[in-house]
Design a protein around this ligand. Structure first.
Ligand code: HEC
Ligand SMILES: [Cu+2]
Length: 347
């Protein structure tokens, strides 16, 4: 390949890499590089610390390498020259043992200290702290507020400006909980509860992902963290306590009947679902119409709700709702209309 071609190719490769990097820092709500919460910031600082140290180490090594490679290069004049042979040097050996130890200490001290600060078992939790039990299931998330006795799914709702304590467990296989802009990830295991806290500084919607390969729709196991002002959060809690309204519209009423026949075995429409956790086979739909997404992924529009009920398999392969009922198009439309009435937010 000629010179220009090589340069051209390098240009393309570098531009592509820059594009990829730009993608990493794009949307603030899905990036660990633009932290929007307390623990997100702690992790970002640790990441920066190690990156800076690593860059310095790399630079020093490369400089020494270039220096040595040029200084001891074999040239015509020095063809048979043998450099001074040094065998064992206390000074050098101590230097290259002590410097790495210092570097490791600079990394280890803040890392270990952060590890303890991030573990709810190691810190004092205020009496009035908010607790949420999180359950990861193939391919959706359940959020239970034990003190309020309410259950919601897909969207974790928390207030801004305070720590919220999460206990996480998996209902089937291992999952992993990650909200890049707010907090680090934590394993969601089947046989032990893991704990973490999360603290968002500002109101907004932050994207969350499952980060443990769990099945064919793993990449679609998304959720949201909806951060409200404390005032709106308290209002949300109060709204969630309200009983689910009975639909008035005729189609929605027919939809409710379809729902009672084909769907209620898995889905609750009551935010105080009395069933024990293992019996809660599907997302609680009491506030379905307030969600950000359908099944965690598609924008919540009547068309998408309809499409999901008509063929969930097409949207999320291998999900646990596929092929468990048979509805005709009218029934699908009716049940869609019914689901869209399931809102708790005060109108
Ligand atoms: C066998 C249990 C089961 C039955 C029966 C069932 N579903 Fe589901 N449903 C699920 C599961 C599991 C999910 C979560 C799927 C996922 O995201 O992977 C789900 C998800 C949904 C969602 C998306 C929820 C959200 O919060 O985004 C809607 C809407 C829904 N189902 C409606 C229905 C309707 C309507 C019926 C009856 C026609 C029905 N389901 C019957 C198990 C079931
Ligand atoms: Cu997963």
């Amino acid at each position: 390949m000629n010179h220009v071609g090589r340069k051209g190719r390098l240009f393309v490769v570098v531009s592509m890499l820059l594009l990829v990097l730009a993608g990493c820092s794009g949307k603030p709500y899905l990036s660990a590089l633009t932290p929007q919460g307390e623990n997100g910031e702690m992790l970002y600082d640790l990441m920066m610390l190690t990156t800076v140290l690593m860059t310095i180490v790399t630079l020093v090594v490369v400089l020494i390498f270039i220096y040595v490679a040029t200084k001891f290069r074999r040239t015509k004049q020095k063809e048979n020259m043998i450099p001074k042979q040094v065998e064992g040097s206390h000074k050098l050996e101590i230097t290259w043992t002590v410097i790495p130890i210092i570097i490791l200490l600079i990394i280890a001290v803040p890392t270990v200290s952060a590890t303890f600060k991030l573990d709810p078992k190691q810190i004092d939790i205020p009496e009035d702290a908010i607790h949420v039990n999180v359950t990861g299931k193939l391919y959706w998330w359940e959020f239970e507020y034990p003190d309020e006795k309410i259950i919601t799914s897909q969207d974790l709702v928390i207030p801004a400006g305070e720590r919220v304590y999460l206990s996480l467990i998996a209902g089937d296989v291992k999952h992993s909980f990650w909200v890049p802009a707010l907090a680090g990830k934590i394993d969601v295991n089947t046989d032990n509860e893991n704990e973490m806290w999360i603290h968002a500084y500002n109101e907004g919607v932050y994207y969350g992902k499952c980060t443990e390969l769990c099945g064919p729709s793993h990449a679609l196991m998304d959720f949201k963290v909806k951060v409200l002002s404390k005032e709106d959060y308290n209002k949300w809690l109060a709204d969630m306590q309200k009983p689910t309204e009975v639909p008035v519209d005729a189609t929605a009423k027919a939809g409710q009947e379809v729902f009672a026949k084909s769907c209620i075995g898995c889905h609750a429409v009551d935010s105080n679902d009395p069933r024990p956790a293992p019996a809660r086979l599907a997302p609680n739909l009491s506030n379905f119409a307030d969600r950000e997404r359908v099944a965690g992924i598609k924008e919540l529009t009547p068309e998408n709700v309809h499409a999901w009920i008509a063929d969930p398999e097409a949207m999320k392969p291998g999900n646990k709702m596929s092929n468990t009922y048979k509805l005709n198009p009218d029934e699908i439309e009716a049940v869609t209309q019914y689901l869209l009435t399931l809102s708790k937010e005060a109108k």
